[in-house]
Design a protein around this ligand. Structure first.
Ligand SMILES: NC(=O)c1ccc[n+]([C@@H]2O[C@H](COP(=O)([O-])OP(=O)(O)OC[C@H]3O[C@@H](n4cnc5c(N)ncnc54)[C@H](O)[C@@H]3O)[C@@H](O)[C@H]2O)c1
Length: 411
């Protein structure tokens, strides 16, 4: 066996990728690599490019309850892979994280405010870059957040306004919270799906800047419809003209952050029923940030009635706020972003929509190199419901033209 590369990771028996990267055979004197990456073949339109415990495509949401081992592998030959391998081989960062938030409206603005007021020693976020296409709003937020300080012991992140290209050159994690047309109060029907067209358009210039900068960082989607837009980020950066080229964002470096608020709404219902403490330990939400989300008080042995009430609370929570005459954003900004992102960056389990058998789907997840679901035992009936929901989300992705249906491989 020949290892290539003298960094944190080494490639196993792949002189061709190593040659392209300029990685020589690993020196005998070099320490054991932290990660040995083995080349495998697969479909880069449907599978993570770099993964630990890879599961074969076609298994639906099986990754939520079944493991694929601990070995690391990558899909050799994907055009966009090299920048990720290079970033992965760098020494572990000792500096604090640089986080960028684009879109400083109700949700992005409050999330930026909460992170700007959070101790860097706790969050490890040392710099917050902010951006908005509305120049006055950006300057207002820059000035406001520059004036967040605590007496004497100032350990809060440094806040800087930045252009998109600058953000994508500097960020470890980029958060897309921009929106063009949030339906007003009183708008009939679904308030998320109608945003798809305008928000996909708004996302386009960001994706162009990410591809241009060969951005190797994490890319988080907050804007609605969250899973469809996360899928669009993967799809449109890799298939700008419809045909899969593979030069864009790696699917495992993209995720939707929205299940946090769904869970918080469900947990509030469990608390109201006196089951909060038990549910906080064992409960789990699955699926998209939509009225299709599922919540279980305990996925291994759910109480059907409590699970139904929690699911209903998660599905309707935003409408209850709208019915009072307000567009909801406080719970979302705090639960889906401010309380999720620091934990996520530090490798703790969080709620996120990650690439599960070719589509973005919400579940407890963790950052390894990419974002991947964490697995847990689930009852047969829960499994059936989650499989059905995963199928429905897949159909919706196809209907909106953002999924890759079949083998594009050749890789
Ligand atoms: N993920 C979640 O948990 C969650 C929860 C609630 C709402 N949302 C969604 O978050 C999104 C934002 O909601 P909001 O209430 O903050 O909207 P908003 O209308 O208050 O703010 C949108 C902001 O985006 C800016 N913007 C528009 N196009 C831009 C672009 N291309 N680049 C950068 N900035 C741009 C606007 O200037 C504005 O400041 C919506 O899609 C909403 O449905 C998500």
């Amino acid at each position: 066996m020949v290892l290539f590369g003298n960094g944190r990771v080494a490639l196993v028996d792949d002189p061709s990728t190593a040659g392209r990267l300029g990685w020589a055979a690993r020196k005998r004197s070099a320490p054991e690599p932290e990660i040995r990456l083995a080349p495998v073949s697969g479909d880069p339109a449907l599978e993570p490019w770099i993964a630990q415990g890879r599961l074969p495509a076609g298994g639906g949401p099986g990754a939520l309850w079944q493991g694929g081992g601990s070995g690391w592998s990558y899909l050799a030959g994907v055009p966009g892979l090299d920048r990720y391998l290079e970033a992965m081989a760098e020494p572990r960062k000792r500096r604090d994280f640089v986080v960028g938030i684009s879109g400083l409206g109700r949700v992005g603005g409050l999330a930026a405010s909460a992170l700007a007021a959070a101790d860097t020693a706790r969050t490890r976020i040392g710099t917050l870059l902010i951006h908005d296409t509305d120049g006055d709003n950006l300057e207002r937020m820059r000035q406001e957040l520059a004036c967040v300080a605590s007496w004497r012991k100032n350990v809060l992140p440094r806040v800087e306004a930045a252009t998109l290209p600058e953000m994508l050159r500097r960020c470890d994690a980029f958060v897309f919270a921009a929106a063009r047309a949030v339906p007003p109060l009183g708008a009939p029907g679904d308030v998320r799906l109608p945003q798809f067209g305008p928000n996909r358009e708004a996302l386009r210039s960001t994706l162009d800047a990410a591809v241009e900068a060969a951005y190797p960082g994490l890319f988080f989607v907050i804007s609605d419809p969250v899973e469809l837009l996360a899928q669009a980020a993967f799809h449109d950066s890799n298939a700008p003209r419809g045909e899969f080229l593979g030069g864009g964002l790696a699917p495992e470096r993209v995720a939707g952050l929205a299940l946090g608020i769904m869970w918080a709404r469900a947990l509030a219902e469990a608390e109201a029923q006196g089951a909060g403490a038990r549910v906080a330990r064992r409960g789990v939400p699955y699926g998209p940030h939509s009225t299709d989300v599922l919540v279980f008080d305990d996925p291994a042995g759910p109480d059907p009635e409590l699970s139904r009430a929690m699911t209903q609370a998660a599905r309707t929570g935003n409408y209850r706020i709208r019915d009072l005459g307000y567009i909801p954003f406080i719970g979302p900004a705090l639960s889906s972003i401010a309380l999720t992102l620091p934990a996520l960056l530090q490798g703790r389990e969080v709620l996120a929509s990650t690439f599960v058998d070719g589509i973005y789907f919400g579940a407890p997840s963790r950052l390894r190199w990419g974002m991947a679901p964490t697995r847990r035992p689930v009852a047969a009936d829960v499994r059936r419901q989650v499989e059905e929901l995963h199928g429905l989300v897949r159909e919706r992705m196809a209907q909106y033209g953002v999924s890759f249906a079949s083998a594009h491989a050749g890789i």
